[in-house]
Design a protein around this ligand. Structure first.
Ligand SMILES: *[C@@H]1O[C@H](CO)[C@@H](O)[C@H](O)[C@H]1NC(C)=O
Ligand SMILES: *[C@@H]1O[C@H](CO)[C@@H](O)[C@H](O)[C@H]1NC(C)=O
Ligand SMILES: *[C@@H]1O[C@H](CO)[C@@H](O)[C@H](O)[C@H]1NC(C)=O
Length: 585
């Protein structure tokens, strides 16, 4: 154990070091023109971007001047050998109490686009988030030659990649995170309505005619919901989504699901230089409750990196982005110098709402020409020639292959327990929403404070299969897609099917139904979105390489609050000791 403990520190030997000092404050701001208190980091919202080069050692010193406990989680960062810097209270650390400090240390051993956010209660909804970009090392093989073979283009794309346009997308509400969660508890409803979509922390409140908003909803969603949306574009609390559990409609806070009041806030502007030929737009979804669709008018997107990993580039006009996911795209700057609208819409299943930014060519500032949209206010393509990204086909570049068989198998059953808003991932238990009082599992894996059903123990070095089974407890109630996020290393998405997963493990299922599995260069990422509605399953495979307690949870903040998580006690056979410096923080 003592030897393993050294591993927590040994990583910090030779690489360059980047050092950030962050001061968190709680102060009034008006991201969408309406004032409320929110979290700033060094006076900024979203927090400042964190840049590093692949291989750097990163140190982030966080001082919490807010009145709340908090932590910072570095989403998608593997934390190899540094589990104490994963930023989950009750799992890897005690929360940072008001006026407290915590020093996170990790190595940037993966390149690409990531982000950071609070992992304490629902403070993500209060603005504690920001972008991370880790520049790939110069000798890393990239997939740009599959976009263009022109040497000038290749040079321009490599430069664009080193200096990307980081676009943090989020949803925003006038209620604070804790108030939002309280509204679910007080009403019994699963709530997913927002006031604005923000682009880099800027947006407005748009109010529209309910009939018009309803017309933007995808037809198959309209069919299930069969009701007119509210003036905020939100779905009324219908039985097909909320079920027959106990509800208290009188407790819905005014303005939360309906009662739109328009307001104009700032708008994100991105200046591009056509002489550079290409720009890289790296989209990050920091949304708490919404699945989003992003596009830039008249500019096709060559998507080349997903969740911090190169893929075979895919050409698309719009990208559907779930909570926590990242998509980076090369954009050719060959249009008339003018301004082009960046559109970010909710997918329309939960709410019809959009946010906007502006991409302006240098020298085109005074051009009044209106750009032409690829998607409408509901995120749908405006014509058949508009191609949304096919997110089921994102082969990693260069190809990587998981082994044919895994060593271990766990079946997770997803569903509600007892109310519309409480969700289970293991099928029997709710993960506690408040982790502050939990003695960090990293110090006591046998802690009785957390039910055994919520802990999955794995052996270091083994390959593990996790199957998410979507259970339909009440045939009339629809389950939304769940963006499942795994902390630490990425996983392969190796299989999908409808109905019940009725085999003893994936190996047996594969023998009987090879058509449901794909091991040839499958998707490799840190978020796995389950199918909407219907009984179905999704299989992922990963190797245990990083001993420590890592969270696996739905990244819809309301579902996480409602209990949808388990903890992977990865490599429990060789767990590290907590370095002394963290024992007193
Ligand atoms: C949709 O709602 C209307 C009235 O609100 C009702 O008459 C109709 O039967 C419903 N359709 C379905 C398919 O449930
Ligand atoms: C903050 O965290 C401490 C544990 O470090 C806990 O005892 C306390 O109850 C938490 N405070 C709140 C307001 O949750
Ligand atoms: C855990 O397993 C990985 C992969 O096999 C290995 O690289 C690592 O050294 C192991 N860690 C410990 C502490 O044994």
């Amino acid at each position: 154990m003592a030897f393993a403990g050294l591993l927590c520190m040994a990583a910090f030997a030779q690489a360059a070091q980047v050092h950030y000092t962050w001061d968190l404050t709680w102060a009034p701001g008006s991201p969408n023109g309406v004032q409320r208190d929110l979290i700033f980091i060094n006076g900024r919202f979203p927090g400042p971007p964190l840049y590093a080069d692949e291989g750097d050692d990163v140190i982030v010193e966080v001082t919490n001047h807010t009145p709340f406990n908090t932590t910072v989680h570095f989403h998608g960062i593997e934390q190899r050998g540094t589990p104490c810097s994963d930023g989950v209270p009750g799992l890897t650390q005690f929360p940072i109490e008001p006026e407290g400090k915590y020093i996170y240390k990790w190595r940037a051993n993966d390149y690409g686009t990531y982000w950071y956010h609070s992992h304490d209660s629902s403070l993500l909804l209060d603005g504690l988030y920001g972008a991370i970009h880790i520049r790939p090392s110069p000798d890393r093989e990239n997939p740009f030659s599959k976009i263009s073979s022109d040497p000038d283009d290749l040079k321009a794309m490599k430069e664009a990649e080193q200096n990307p346009v980081l676009v943090v997308l989020s949803d925003w509400d006038h209620l604070t995170g804790p108030e939002y969660m309280q509204a679910m508890e007080d009403t019994g409803y699963d709530i997913f309505c927002s006031d604005s979509i923000l682009v880099n922390g800027m947006g407005s409140v748009y109010c529209k005619d309910p009939e018009e908003l309803t017309s933007y909803q995808p037809a198959q969603v309209q069919e299930v919901i069969n009701a007119t949306l509210t003036d905020k574009g939100c779905v009324p609390f219908v039985t097909s989504l909320q079920g027959d559990w106990e509800h208290h409609p009188d407790n819905v806070p005014p303005g939360l699901n309906s009662g739109c009041e328009p307001s104009e806030g700032p708008k994100a502007g991105f200046s591009v230089d056509a002489s550079q030929k290409w720009a890289s737009f790296n989209f990050i979804s920091a949304a708490g409750v919404k699945a989003l669709v992003a596009s830039i008018d008249e500019h096709p997107l060559y998507v080349y990196e997903v969740d911090g990993r190169y893929i075979e580039p895919q050409l698309a006009h719009s990208i559907e982005i779930y909570n926590g996911e990242r998509y980076s795209a090369m954009v050719r700057l060959d249009k008339e110098p003018a301004s082009y609208t960046m559109r970010v819409a909710s997918t329309g299943a939960q709410q019809v709402i959009s946010g906007y930014g502006t991409v302006t060519y240098q020298g085109g500032e005074s051009n009044q020409r209106e750009s032409e949209a690829y998607i409408n206010y509901g995120g749908a393509p405006v014509s058949d020639s508009i191609k949304p990204l096919d997110t089921s086909n994102l082969p990693p570049f260069p190809p990587i292959h998981p082994p044919q068989r895994a060593d271990d198998f766990h079946l997770l059953t997803l569903g509600r327990i007892g109310t519309s808003w409480q969700w289970t991932l293991d099928g029997t238990e709710l993960f506690p929403a408040d982790l502050d009082a939990l003695y960090p599992i990293i110090r006591d894996p046998d802690s009785l404070q957390l039910a055994d059903a919520l802990k999955i123990k794995t052996i270091n070095g083994t390959w593990v299969d996790l199957v998410y089974q979507l259970e339909i407890d009440e045939p009339t109630v629809v389950q939304p897609p769940h963006p499942m996020h795994k902390h630490s290393n990425k996983a392969f998405i190796i299989g999908r099917g409808t109905g019940k997963f009725q085999w003893s493990d994936v190996n047996e299922a594969m023998r009987q139904h090879p058509e449901n599995f794909f091991l040839n260069n499958p998707l490799y990422r840190d978020t796995f979105v389950t199918s909407p509605a219907g009984e179905s399953w999704l299989a992922i495979r990963y190797q245990v390489v990083n001993p420590g307690p890592f969270f696996l949870h739905c990244h819809t903040e309301t579902h996480l609050h409602g209990g949808m998580g388990v903890v992977l006690l990865d490599g429990i056979d060789v767990w590290p000791e907590v370095p002394e410096e963290y024992l007193y923080q």
